[in-house]
Design a protein around this ligand. Structure first.
Ligand code: AMP
Ligand code: MG
Length: 274
């Protein structure tokens, strides 16, 4: 891992049990990168390296990588998938977007639908939203008691520890945008005919609850950043900063996993292709 990446991780990783204050000013990520063109070029190169590492992961078929993306509406969860995993062969990458639970899903415990779509060995799974909605939404809308939500933080930590002990590395990115940036992005969805399909009037209702969501995110970061599955708070007001930071962390993580091509039990010279 390069010193630059170590420094980046140190700045963005949430230390277990530490209370994070999400300040609008930090969403720009000043001083994380030198300049925009250089970072864009680095991100494109990293996307290629992620692809090469993913090929090894797929061939090895022993472990998996789970990338969790959380963030307010318009924080760039879809954009991250597009920009960071755009060079990665689609055979070994699965994206799952979690919406409101169906009747069937509600008939089970909240982790049931999540566990069912966790990545199989050899693959990268990307969650656009996740089981963290099951602590955020009930807290903001006061759907569960404090003690029941408290239990869920512990259950989530146990669940993620279980995944990591069974060969899945878990990376969690909270895409941090400011309230002003969200206003701009929502307005764009209204103004730009190509973005209008993404506009959901319900997002304006959630926007009114900005402070409550921010508070719920801060608690989630404090309770569920663990040594085995830490949270990263990614400044996401500028897309190139967001992409640069996530690409570096994903690449460093795969590099650390160091997947190996399996060694066949035969020698290539045992065969001749006729
Ligand atoms: P979007 O990601 O913008 O398409 O919206 C998905 C919506 O589903 C968001 O409003 C989420 O808060 C909501 N959602 C996702 N998972 C859950 C959950 N477990 N409980 C309640 N709402 C959820
Ligand atoms: Mg939405």
């Amino acid at each position: 891992m390069t010193d630059q990446t170590k420094e980046l991780i140190d700045k963005l990783q949430v230390k277990p049990g530490v209370k994070v204050k999400l300040k609008d000013g930090d969403a720009r990520g000043e001083r994380l990168f030198r300049d925009e063109p250089e970072t864009r070029a680095e991100t494109a190169a990293l996307a290629e390296e992620i692809n090469a590492l993913q090929d090894r992961l797929y061939a090895e078929r022993q472990r998996a990588l789970l990338v969790i993306l959380q963030g307010m509406d318009t924080s760039g969860k879809d954009g991250t998938v597009r920009d960071v995993f755009n060079a990665t062969g689609s055979i070994g990458v699965f994206v799952h977007a979690f919406g409101r639970p169906s009747e069937m899903e509600l008939a089970h415990d909240y982790l049931w639908r999540v566990h069912a779509v966790c990545p199989r060995r050899g693959t990268i799974g990307i969650f656009n939203r996740s089981h963290y909605e099951d602590v955020l939404v009930p807290k903001v809308h006061k759907l569960l008691s404090k003690s029941d939500i408290g239990k869920r933080y512990d259950q989530i930590n146990d669940f993620e520890r279980m995944l990591t002990e069974n060969g899945t590395v878990v990376l969690k990115f909270m895409l941090h945008i400011s309230r002003a940036e969200q206003a701009q992005r929502l307005q764009e969805r209204l103004d730009d005919p190509r973005k209008r399909w993404k506009f959901n009037p319900g997002d304006l209702e959630d926007r009114k609850l900005w402070d409550e969501f921010e508070d719920a995110y801060e608690t989630m970061l404090e309770k569920c950043s663990t040594t085995v599955a830490p949270w990263y708070v990614i400044p996401a007001d500028r897309k190139w900063v967001r992409n640069g930071a996530i690409a570096r962390i994903v690449k460093a993580t795969l590099e650390e996993m160091d997947p190996q091509y399996p060694k066949p039990a035969w020698k290539p010279t045992d065969f001749s292709v006729v």
